[in-house]
Design a protein around this ligand. Sequence first.
Ligand SMILES: Cc1cc2nc3c(=O)[nH]c(=O)nc-3n(C[C@H](O)[C@H](O)[C@H](O)COP(=O)(O)O)c2cc1C
Length: 172
Amino acid sequence: MLDLLKTRRSIRRFKDREIEKEKVDMILKAGLLSPSSRGRRPWEFIVVNDKQLLETLSSCREHGSQFLAGAPLAIVVIADPDVCDVWVEDASIAAIIMQLTAHWMGLGSCWIQARKRYRANDEKTEDYIKRSLGIPEKYNVECIIALGYKDEDKPPHDQESLPYKKLHFNKY
Ligand SMILES: Cc1cc2nc3c(=O)[nH]c(=O)nc-3n(C[C@H](O)[C@H](O)[C@H](O)COP(=O)(O)O)c2cc1C
């Protein structure tokens, strides 16, 4: 597990290669297996592999989302705040579990933040994503996970330089 966590890096350049259906299914199953507050599972996942839609979504942010146009697939993580008040935590956990599962299968991924972010024209990122994908009004959008076969190499995190000073034992 630590090896998996050390070697997971945000990947923003992808090969022009589709992800096999079995792998996508496994990533989605991992998302559905995520723990959630009171087991409410407020999240839902939208799988996008339509090139035109990926291009459209790539402009959901002024910065930090453009690389999505070069990804073969994205999973948009949305949640219904009426189902659970701590939907942000639930949706985030599901997103990282799907990212780790993808990494475990040799795929690269990167989180694109949607909540509290804006497009270049000051439109809310969430509103744009909802409009682009026909997501019903009641849902909130947590993030988009870009996925694909890696077309960049990144070194693993160095265990020696972790911020150990952030650790506290018993009292702060
Ligand atoms: C909550 C969250 C939001 C993020 N938002 C973005 C984003 O919008 N665009 C992007 O390119 N990367 C985004 N990232 C990726 C981070 O930039 C990245 O995880 C961080 O720089 C550490 O690098 P690493 O993932 O390679 O360890 C986000 C990551 C998290 C956890």
